[in-house]
Design a protein around this ligand. Structure first.
Ligand code: DC
Length: 227
């Protein structure tokens, strides 16, 4: 059966990763959380006090870091930075506060996009992010753009943080999401846009299971279609 690329973009915290992960499992595809890559770079920059306004320092840091993914025994993909598991670290609020600025740096994007394209060479991949259907894989067979009301997204993100033992008040979560949406959509390099040909899914009143079913249905339609 032919393999396809499923590109899922959209605002922060509208269930992109949860959906993408589950869809990849059902299709037997490799899942790549491109946001996790930018988050891992942010962890490195924070830990090594990289001056993000200094291109020389940024390039030096980029040449020293390697972001990769490994599937754990439970079948869940986890993010590694220079061989160390950073899955928990990258989800911290501190990283969320800096990641939009780090991911807006052209050199950082160039390095990550190159790696993402390498991972998608053989297809059979579900990748989620902000520029997957617009920049990384504009030729993807299935492009989706997810969105949801800000308050609903904030509740979901707060719950997620709580599950990782981080208690953050709702106002701070709303503020972080609002700022990131604005920053991600207005940055010069690869801003968050609805990719050409993408199908919009509003997840405000939809459960994750319904979301997953819909994406699997759409993907299956593309897989059986003649190229
Ligand atoms: O999906 P996420 O919230 O984990 O992504 C973290 C940040 O990374 C987000 O604020 C924007 C950035 N990002 C990006 O610029 N391009 C991508 N393809 C994925 C994420």
């Amino acid at each position: 059966m032919r393999k396809i690329i499923v590109a899922i973009d959209g605002h922060s915290a509208c269930g992109k990763s949860t959906t993408a992960k589950e869809v990849a499992k059902i299709l037997g595809y490799f899942y790549v959380d491109s946001g996790a890559m930018y988050r891992a770079v942010t962890v490195y920059f924070l830990e090594h006090h990289v001056a993000i306004t200094n291109p020389k320092e940024v390039n030096r840091a980029l040449s020293k870091l390697k972001v990769s993914f490994k599937i754990n025994p439970q079948g869940i993909t986890e993010t590694y930075l220079n061989g160390l598991n950073v899955e928990r670290k990258i989800r911290k609020m501190k990283v969320s506060e800096w990641v939009s600025q780090v991911s807006a740096i052209k050199e950082v994007r160039d390095a990550m996009v190159e790696e993402q394209r390498r991972m998608g060479k053989k297809k059979g991949i579900v990748m989620d992010g902000r520029d997957i259907g617009s920049v990384v894989f504009p030729e993807a067979e299935l492009k989706l753009f997810l969105t949801a009301d800000l308050l609903v997204r904030a509740f979901r993100r707060q719950k997620e943080l709580l599950e990782r033992d981080e208690l953050v008040d709702l106002d701070s979560v709303i503020e972080n999401l609002r700022k990131r949406d604005e920053y991600d959509s207005s940055r010069k390099v690869s801003p968050l846009v609805k990719p050409k040909g993408a199908i919009v899914i509003d997840t405000t009143h939809v459960t994750i299971d319904e979301q997953v079913d819909e994406v699997v249905r759409l993907a299956t339609g593309k897989i059986v279609q003649q190229p």
